[in-house]
Design a binder for this molecule. Sequence first.
Ligand code: NAP
Length: 523
Amino acid sequence: MYHRDMTQTLDQRSAAGGADATAAAAPEGGAGTPHTRIAIVGSGFAGLGLAIRLRQGGVEDFVVLERDSEVGGTWRDNTYPGCACDVPSHLYSFSFAPNPDWTRTFSPQPEIQAYLRRCAREFGVTPHIRFDTALRDARWDEQNGRWLLQTSRGALTAQFLVAAQGALSEPSTPDIPGIESFAGEVFHTARWQAGAALRGRRVAVIGTGASAIQVVPRIQPEVSKLVLFQRTPPWVMPHRDRPIRDWERAVYRHVPAAQRAMRAGVYWGRELFVLGFSGGAMPLGERIARRHLRSQVADRELRRKLTPRYRMGCKRVLISNDYYPALTQPNVDVVTEGIREIRPDGLVTEDGALHQVDAIIFATGFKVTDMPIAGIVHGRDGRSLDDAWQGSPQAHQGTSVAGFPNLFLMTGPNTGLGHTSMVFMMESQIAYLLDALRQVDARGAGVVEVRDDAQRSYNEEVQQRLARTVWNVGGCRSWYLDRNGRNSTLWPGATWRYRLRTRRFDAESYTMRAPVREPAATR
Ligand code: NAP
C-alpha cells in the first residue's frame, strides 16, 4: 500500500489537467503565450495575502498558480485529527481581516481553512487563481526581462515571479529500507487518508513533532495498539487553549478595537519569548515543562524516555495537555530504538525487535531547507536556486536572490519563526514587495536584482546573530539547520525588527535596469 510518490499526490492531481487551462498547448514563451505582470506560486496564507494586497492597491494583472483545486496551502493539506494552530487565533490571521468568530483561543485547522477560503472570496482574488495548475519549471529570460513558466497546464510568461509555496508544503518521508513491502496502509500526516481503517487496528506513528503530538491523543482511544517511534523527545508545555465565549465574540464583532488590542497584547507577549531563544536557554520554561511531564506521567521509565536532553527551544517548543496522558495508556508503546527496516507485517528496530502493525503513519515533517521548487527555478545564468544555494538557502531580506532577477520568495530563507505568527512575517514581506514594484515602476525599470554584496553582508549579519541562539547552540539536530549544518530557516530575533527592515524597499541594495528588449506579448 506504500507508494514511493505518496507525498506527491497534489502534484499528480494537477498533472491530470482539466478545463480552465492556463495556456493549454501554448508554445514555450513564444508569441501567443499568455503574459502576466506577476505570477504567484501558491494560494496559502502568503500567496493569498499578497494577492489581496495587490488588488487593494489597484493591481489586477496577476495570476496565482495553485496545484490543488482549493486554496489554503498547508492548512488545506493538513487534515489529520487534532490539527490546530499553536499560535493564538487573534494573532494567526491577517491584520487587515480580523475574524471575530474564532471559536477557540487556538484555532482548529477547519476554521483556519474556512477563514482562508472566505478571504479569497470576499477580497475578490478567486478569479485570479489558476487551480489544478502546478509550476513545473521557471526560467529567467534575460533578453525580454521576464520569467518563462511551464505549468502542468501549459506555458505563460511573467514579469515577476513570487514563490509563495511555503516551507511546509512538501511532506518529508524517510526512506526506510523495505517500506515498499509493507502490507498495510501507509501515509503522511500531511496527506491524511480520511478513509483509512484505523479503528481497532495496530498503528505505528513515526515522529514526535508538532503534528504527532496533536494526532496521537486523537487516534489513541480508537486503535487497538499504538506504537510511537520517537527519535528525540520534544519539550512540551501546558496548553492554554479554551473556547472563546459568545459574549467575547460579540464584543469583538461590535468593538473591533477590542480585538485589535487583544492581538497587540498577544503579539507583544510572544515577542518576550525571543529573549529566551536569543539568550541560548530558557531555564524557567524547562522547569515548567519538567513539572508538566512529572504531573502527567507517573511511570519513571516512560518519564525518562520522554525527558529531552537538549535545551528548550532548540527544536520547536510544543504545547499539549493530552499528549503525555495518551502515552500512559495501556495500548501505547513508546519505542526509542531506531528503525532498521520495514517488513510486510511491521517495523524492525535496531535491537532486532519486530513491532507488528497494520498501518504506518509518518509524522516526519516537511522538506524545508531542501524544498523542491529550488530545483525548478533557474536564474540569469541558467543555474537553479539549488545550484546557487548548494544546500544552504540564502536571500537578501529573506526575499531576493542574486542572479535571480524579478524573483521574490515569500517566507524565504531565515524568515521562519520559533515563537510567533508567520503571518506577521508574510505581511512584512508583502509590504516590501509592493514597495519594490512601486519603485521599479517609478524608475521606469523593468528588471530588479539584488546585489551580490548586499545579499552577502545581510546574511553575514543574520548568521552572526543566530550564532548565540538556542536554535544553534541548544544541543539538538533540527530541521532549522540545513544539510551543511547552517541555520538557513529562522529569523534571529524579534519580528518587529524584520518589519522595520522591510517597511521600505531598500533600492540601494539592488540594481534596476530596463530589459534588453521590451516584452512583446501582454495579456
Ligand atoms: P517536525 O517538527 O519536523 O517533526 C518530525 C518528527 O519526525 C520529529 O520528531 C523527527 O525526529 C521525526 N523523524 C523524522 N525522520 C525520522 C526518522 N527517520 N525516524 C524517526 N523519526 C523521524 O514535523 P511536524 O511535526 O510535521 O511539524 C513541522 C512544523 O510544522 C512544525 O515545527 C510547525 O512549524 C508546523 N506545525 C505546526 C502545528 C501547529 O501549529 N500546531 C502543527 C503541526 C505542524 P527528530 O526530532 O529526531 O528529528
